[in-house]
Design a binder for this molecule. Structure first.
Ligand SMILES: C[S@@+](CC[C@H](N)C(=O)[O-])C[C@H]1O[C@@H](n2cnc3c(N)ncnc32)[C@H](O)[C@@H]1O
Length: 335
């Protein structure tokens, strides 16, 4: 990994006054703009972005080198062909997964174990280009772990929405949270449960739910339930278990506000990521501000990018907006 780039870099928070102040009128409120941040994936020794470019990304996950499509990598590759040709598994839209002779007969469904701190989970060659793990989310895991373990609340309740196979749920539960994990995909939730059952993590407190996010949140509000932390990692476009359509551009603003109502009086954090190409970090910061701007604490908004081993072109993977009751850094497990 490149050594000298910051895991997290801050720009000073711009102080803004309502314009009436300059006209001699007493401001009746003060506007606190979200702090601009850039999160680079933390030093996670089980993962490395080796290179990206030409519409693909080359990654090391544990012992395995994987070459797969990456629509956001518009630029040229930096690593030589020999490096790309050394991949153990390669995914093409037309032919699916193929493996190198070094890796033997890796087929769709092949899996191998990874870990992040105490969290243990499988990476798996799935029927699409995905691997059961979104490694870019590692930029968030340390922050979530620190909110949970340092928030001063024993067993805080954390809701992980659009949770997929649940690595963030594992990280939060290992840090001491009681987690409600929800995703619309039954296979994704089943894989999450396998990580628990097959990797000796039965002691963790995680409730697994297959449901539509918006239907579940509405039900939780009716039931009067609340949480100290909420994680939202929605796709730009997706579907719930009964084919309910999810569109971030149309539904995320309202969902964030509904989630803000689920935060308890002692809430610690809320974090949302956005993948839509037409969105911006400022926009995501504004959405979080709309949802939880009245709660004090601090809001940060920015971009998550991964630093490659070859060349100097980070791969930007998503935008992030997050609220914390207390200030604090990104956090990561040191090597
Ligand atoms: C970007 S992935 C989440 C990745 C995950 N947070 C992680 O870090 O591993 C988006 C997930 O949203 C789920 N999803 C999409 N629409 C949904 C809906 N309406 N209700 C529930 N889950 C939905 C998909 O099944 C998918 O697993």
């Amino acid at each position: 990994m490149v050594e000298n780039l910051p895991v997290e870099s801050f720009k000073p928070e711009p102080a803004r006054e309502p314009s009436c102040a300059s006209q001699g009128l007493a401001p009746s409120f003060s506007v606190k703009a979200p702090k601009a941040i850039s999160l680079f994936t933390p030093d996670w020794d089980r993962y490395e972005l080796v290179d990206s470019g030409g519409g693909r990304r080359l990654e090391r996950m544990g012992e395995m080198i994987v070459d797969r499509p990456e629509p956001k990598a518009w630029w040229d590759r930096s690593a030589p062909d020999e490096v790309w040709n050394g991949a153990d598994a390669r995914f093409d839209v037309d032919s699916g997964w193929r493996s190198s002779s070094r890796a033997g007969r890796l087929a769709q469904g092949s899996q191998w174990e990874l870990s992040y701190g105490p969290a243990r989970f499988f990476a798996r060659l799935s029927s699409n280009k995905h691997l059961g793990v979104f490694p870019e989310q590692a930029a968030m895991w340390g922050w979530i772990r620190d909110r949970v373990s340092q928030g001063g609340i024993a067993q805080p309740r954390v809701l992980n929405l659009f949770g997929y196979t649940g690595i963030a749920s594992l990280v939060a539960a290992h840090a001491g949270a009681v987690v409600t994990h929800l995703d619309g995909s039954k296979p994704a939730v089943s894989q999450g449960r396998e990580n628990i059952d097959e990797l000796g993590q039965e002691h963790l407190s995680i409730r697994w739910i297959v449901d539509d996010v918006r239907a579940f949140v509405a039900r939780e509000l009716r039931r009067g339930n609340s949480y100290e932390g909420i994680i939202l990692d929605p796709p730009s476009f997706g579907r719930g278990p009964r084919q309910e359509v999810w569109k971030s551009s149309e539904q995320l603003p309202a969902l964030l506000k509904e989630c803000a109502k689920l935060l308890s009086e002692k809430a610690l954090f809320m974090v949302a990521t956005v993948y839509s190409i037409e969105a911006s970090a400022t926009m995501v910061g504004n959405l979080v501000l709309d949802a939880v701007g009245d709660k004090g604490g601090s809001i940060e908004a920015g971009e998550i990018a991964m630093i490659p081993t070859y060349g100097s072109k980070p791969l930007s993977v998503s935008l992030v907006g997050r609220w914390s009751a207390v200030n604090g850094g990104a956090g990561s497990y040191d090597r």
